[in-house]
Design a protein around this ligand. Structure first.
Ligand SMILES: [Zn+2]
Length: 199
């Protein structure tokens, strides 16, 4: 669980880093009651040279959000066959394969004929897990490093915490956990005998 002991100086230092005042003395500002602008979920504002917003309680740059949007939202027509993607199964298939359901069925049918389907499916599951680990890692790192008033608990819940976050400790923990999981998955991906290795 989280250790809540930390020095006010550490919090101020982290705050200076976030607000760009890296050269500022950490000793002169007592505590951290300095008035900060109150932004709420969905607000967009400019700070420094970046545009920021708050999404799911986490302060983040708008450009980062744009990238996420590109990942989440799919185009109207399938990049593979150009047909409009409107079937219920198009969306989940696009998320994974970047093509429509029909194209995926077609592609997998060809693999079955070639006897490559089982191997493909197994690799896809593992690959997907790897993607999730990578996404989770960058999400958690962002959460820990972008916000000075909230943190992500071990079960992934974002909690407000009016003291600050031990960023270094949490960054290290997140990286270690992700690395362990990644290595496990990569081993699975490379282990051709590992037929029980579903996920
Ligand atoms: Zn298609």
């Amino acid at each position: 669980m989280l250790k809540k002991e930390f020095k006010k100086k550490d919090v101020q230092r982290a705050r200076n880093l976030i607000t760009g005042k890296t050269g500022a003395s950490t000793g002169t500002q007592i505590g951290y009651n300095k008035k900060t602008e109150d932004y709420k979920e969905g607000d967009v504002w400019t700070e420094g040279r970046k545009t920021w917003t708050i999404k799911n309680g986490i302060k983040q740059t708008v450009s980062k959000l744009d990238v996420i949007k590109k990942e989440v939202f799919m185009p109207l027509s399938c990049p593979c066959c150009n047909k409009i993607m409107k079937k219920r199964l198009d969306k989940p298939n696009y998320k994974v394969h970047k093509k429509c359901f029909d194209c995926v069925v077609d592609f997998e049918h060809k693999l079955r004929i070639r006897g490559e389907y089982d191997d493909y499916k197994k690799k896809l599951v593992t690959k997907n897990s790897l993607d999730i680990v990578n996404e989770m890692e960058s999400y958690l790192l962002d959460a820990v490093n972008a916000s000075n008033s909230s943190f992500v608990s071990e079960d992934g819940v974002i909690e407000k915490w009016t003291g600050g976050v031990n960023k270094e400790e949490w960054t290290q923990k997140i990286k270690e956990a992700s690395k362990t999981r990644r290595e496990h998955l990569k081993k699975e991906l490379n282990d051709e005998k590992g037929t029980k290795g579903t996920n």
